[in-house]
Design a protein around this ligand. Structure first.
Ligand SMILES: [Zn+2]
Length: 186
């Protein structure tokens, strides 16, 4: 389990009263006595898409911090009410211009290095997409490119720890053996 400092919210988001701390099941909770509202810390979720074509992988270059200027698998946060599968399809469309055909969930991982949402769950997928011209969302990314997997070396700085890990898995060939062949773009 990760140790994460919870945000020290001071005011109730509904009525603006000062929150107080009270004990609930042996845990300290921030509480509004006026609304009877309790703040329960919880984690966010994001999706990441490993999109490969033969021996190439599709990466986008971040325009914003954190990790501005580094490359990553197309990714994004899950919106309120969205299922991760829906978020995956939406993010791929937004960040690559391509349409998701099939996806395979590799697993759910915990992000350790995103200061926006420490400890958020990352749903990592391998994805098959329909062929087409790639185009990324210029407000989020400054570039999008197919890389030969072998060419992703020290000169291509990868963003998050989890992305570094999966790029290494991809490069070593370990990942290919973990997923059915039909999850890859044909
Ligand atoms: Zn309140």
């Amino acid at each position: 389990m990760m140790e994460i400092d919870q945000p020290n919210y001071r005011f109730c988001p509904f009525c603006g009263s000062a929150l107080v701390t009270r004990m609930e099941e042996d845990r300290e909770r921030r509480y509004c006595a006026k609304c009877d509202w309790t703040y329960y810390p919880r984690v966010a979720a994001s999706v990441s898409a490993i999109i490969c074509d033969d021996r190439h992988v599709l990466l986008v270059k971040r325009r914003r911090n954190p990790f501005k200027g580094t490359w990553m698998f197309p990714s994004g946060f899950v919106d309120l009410g969205e299922h991760p599968d829906e978020a995956l399809s939406r993010e791929i469309k937004e960040e690559t211009g391509l349409a998701l055909q099939r996806s395979h969930l590799l697993g759910v991982f915990q992000s350790e290095d995103d200061p926006r949402e420490y400890g958020h769950f990352v749903f990592f997928y391998t994805v098959a997409v329909s062929r087409g011209a790639i185009q990324t969302d210029p407000s989020e990314n400054e570039d999008i490119r197919w890389f030969a997997i072998e060419a992703v070396n020290e000169s291509v700085e990868i963003a998050w720890k989890l992305h570094k890990h999966f790029m290494e898995e991809l490069r070593s060939g370990r990942l290919a053996s973990l997923v059915p062949k039909d999850t890859w773009m044909q």
